[in-house]
Design a protein. Structure first.
Lengths: 109, 86, 165
C-alpha cells in the first residue's frame, strides 16, 4: 500500500517536471521561462524524492539531504540567472506591463 | 503495478527532458540555454534517483548529490560570466 | 559573543549536514565529521548559516514551523497556477518587474525571503539592493511599490520577522 502511494507520488513529481519542460518550451521570454523552470522542477523533484522515500524508507535521510539542497540552490541559481538576464538586457515580451528595475537603473526596457 | 508506475514516471521524465532539450538547442540567447541546462540537470538528478531505485543501489544517490552540487556551482559561474560579458 | 555564537552555529550546521550525508550516528563517523567541522569553522568564522541571527526564543520556533507549512502550501499553489497558464492554449500572462520593500534586516532573513518569493505563485526575485527587492511577476496585479509589497512580501515576512528580526 505504501509502495503504491510512493509510486503515485513519484509519477506526480515527474508530471510537474513535464509541465516545467512545457513551460520552458512555450513561454515567450527569458524571465517567464525561468519562472516556469524553477517552480515546477523544485516541486517535481521534491515529490519524486518523497515518492522514492516511500518506496525505500531506508534512504530517507539521504533523499532529505538532496531535497533540502535543491530547495536552497534551485531558487538561488534562478535568481542569479534572472539578474544576469536583466543586466545583459535580454529582450522581454511585448506584453510586459512595467519594469521598475529598468526605471531605477536608467536602462530603457 | 508499482513497476509499471515507475516506468511511467521514467517516460514522463524523459519527455520533460526532451522539451527542455528543445529550449537548450533553440536558445535564442545564452541565458535561455543556461536556464534549459539548469532544468536538464534537475531532470537528470531525478533520473539518477530513479535509476538508484530500480537498481536498488544507494550509491547513485551520492552521485546525484555531487552532480547537484557541481551543476549549481557551474550555473552560478556561467551566470557571473554572462554578466561580465555584457 | 557574536563571533563565538557564529562559530557554534556553523559547527552545528556542518555536523548536521555530515550526519544527514552519512545517515549514521556511529562514533567513528561522528568523530571524523566533528574534526572536519572544527577545521572549517576555524577557517571561516564569518560564514552565513541557517541560524545566523536566528532569534532563539520560543516564538521563533513556532514561526519556523508555520513558515515551512505556509511555504509548502505556496509552492503547491504556485505550481498549480503555473500549470494552468502553461496548459491553456492562449498562454494568459501579464508579466512585469515590480519593486517591493522588506522590513527584514538580517542577511539570512533576506535570503530566505528572496528564495521564498522565487518559489511562490508567479514571482521571481531578480535583484536585491538593500531593503529593496525587484521581483519579476508573471501576472502583475499591482504596479505600485506598496501594493506589490502587500501582495508578495507580507505573507512570508510575517514569519521571517519573528525568526530573524
Amino acid at each position: 500500500m505504501l509502495d503504491l502511494l510512493g509510486a503515485l507520488v513519484l509519477v506526480a513529481g515527474t508530471v510537474f517536471l513535464l509541465l516545467g519542460g512545457l513551460g520552458l518550451y512555450r513561454m515567450p521570454d527569458t524571465f517567464n521561462r525561468i519562472q516556469a523552470g524553477t517552480k515546477t522542477t523544485t516541486l517535481g523533484t521534491l515529490l519524486t524524492l518523497a515518492g522514492v522515500a516511500l518506496l525505500e524508507p531506508a534512504w530517507t535521510l539521504k533523499l532529505l539531504l538532496i531535497g533540502l539542497f535543491l530547495l536552497f540552490t534551485n531558487p538561488l541559481s534562478s535568481q542569479v540567472l534572472a539578474r544576469a538576464a536583466h543586466r545583459t538586457r535580454v529582450a522581454q515580451t511585448h506584453e510586459v506591463q512595467v519594469d521598475r528595475l529598468a526605471d531605477d537603473t536608467g536602462e530603457t526596457a | 503495478m508499482v513497476e509499471v508506475l515507475i516506468t511511467v514516471a521514467g517516460v514522463i521524465a524523459g519527455a520533460a527532458f526532451l522539451l527542455a532539450l528543445f529550449r537548450f538547442v533553440k536558445g535564442p540567447r545564452a541565458v535561455d540555454r543556461v536556464i534549459a541546462f539548469d532544468v536538464l540537470t534537475i531532470i537528470a538528478i531525478t533520473g539518477m534517483v530513479l535509476v538508484a531505485l530500480v537498481e536498488g543501489r544507494v550509491i547513485y544517490l551520492d552521485v546525484a548529490l555531487v552532480y547537484a552540487l557541481l551543476s549549481f556551482l557551474g550555473v552560478i559561474v556561467i551566470a557571473r560570466y554572462l554578466e561580465g560579458a555584457s | 559573543m557574536g563571533r563565538v555564537r557564529n562559530s557554534a552555529e556553523l559547527f552545528a550546521t556542518l555536523l548536521l549536514f555530515w550526519i544527514l550525508l552519512n545517515g549514521t550516528l556511529a562514533p567513528g563517523t561522528l568523530a571524523v565529521g566533528a574534526a572536519a567541522a572544527i577545521a572549517i569553522v576555524l577557517f571561516y568564522t564569518d560564514g552565513l548559516s541557517f541560524l545566523s541571527h536566528f532569534q532563539p526564543v520560543p516564538r521563533s520556533f513556532t514561526a519556523s514551523i508555520l513558515f515551512v507549512f505556509y511555504f509548502l502550501r505556496e509552492l503547491v499553489r504556485s505550481n498549480i497556477a503555473l500549470a494552468r497558464i502553461v496548459l491553456s492554449p492562449e498562454l494568459p500572462i501579464k508579466p512585469g518587474i515590480v519593486k517591493v520593500r522588506t522590513k527584514l534586516k538580517s542577511p539570512m532573513g533576506r535570503l530566505l525571503l528572496a528564495n521564498s518569493i522565487t518559489l511562490t505563485p508567479g514571482t521571481l526575485s531578480v535583484e536585491l539592493t538593500g531593503e529593496w527587492l525587484y521581483v519579476h511577476w508573471v501576472t502583475v496585479d499591482a504596479t505600485d511599490n506598496e501594493g506589490a509589497t502587500a501582495k508578495i512580501v507580507a505573507g512570508f515576512e510575517r514569519y521571517l520577522e519573528v525568526m530573524y528580526g
